[in-house]
Design a protein around this ligand. Structure first.
Ligand SMILES: [Fe+2]
Ligand SMILES: [Fe+2]
Length: 208
């Protein structure tokens, strides 16, 4: 049942995602590795890539919030909580690495959060299998996007690479989870539309 309490809790979650430092449940994979010397250009470029990944993780928070709002099958909801916790780790790790690199997060995060929440809720209204289809396709696209980042992050930046690699592994697991919970498969047209909007997001966030 959607009570006032329920909405207050969601609003509180949104504020915490956007305004408070994220709390990790697992130690960042970067911590075990040396902070290698990078040129100012390498630092700037990598901080911008991590800003994109951070915004992606803000969207993931909204997406999983949307799942919680609309998932009809309680067992699905519970299974997704574990994945959502991993997304909180990603958010915290990205934040930490951006700080180390002397960068900043995107000014537009509230906008991306609201957009993702809306899309997640719309997919959820269509039913659990479409909600999960949206999640699965998002995770697959994020996974290939992170693979592209691994091509672009300097070889010497072991800390950033460790974070991006672990995120990539986790996102693949989330896509498999959505599949195992009964995700439908989107038509190619929707996948392409999602890829294009993600491209617009990543290209904007690289700069702002
Ligand atoms: Fe993530
Ligand atoms: Fe994920």
């Amino acid at each position: 049942m959607l009570t006032l309490d329920f909405f207050i809790t969601r609003f509180d979650r949104a504020l915490r995602t956007l305004a408070a430092p994220a709390q990790a449940h697992r130690v960042s994979p970067a911590r075990a590795l040396p902070n290698t010397e990078l040129t100012p250009e390498q630092k700037k470029h990598t901080a911008r890539l991590m800003r994109i990944n951070h915004t992606g993780e803000v969207c993931a928070q909204a997406l999983y919030q949307g799942q919680a709002l609309t998932a009809r099958v309680a067992a699905n909801r519970e299974a997704l909580v574990a994945a959502a916790r991993e997304e909180e780790d990603h958010l915290a790790w990205c934040e930490e690495r951006i700080q180390e690199l002397g960068g900043r997060t995107s000014f537009l995060n509230p906008l991306w959060y609201a957009g993702s929440l809306t899309l997640g809720v719309v997919a959820g209204i269509a039913g659990d299998k479409w909600n999960l289809a949206f999640l699965k396709e998002t995770e697959r696209q994020v996974e290939s996007h992170l693979a592209a980042h691994l091509e672009s992050v300097p070889e010497s930046d072991q800390r950033t690479r460790a974070i991006v690699s672990q995120m990539k592994t986790d996102e693949a697991g989330h896509a498999d989870l959505a599949q195992s919970l009964g995700a439908a498969e989107f038509p190619q047209l929707i996948k392409t539309a999602m890829r294009l909007s993600a491209k617009a997001m990543t290209q904007t966030v690289y700069w702002v």
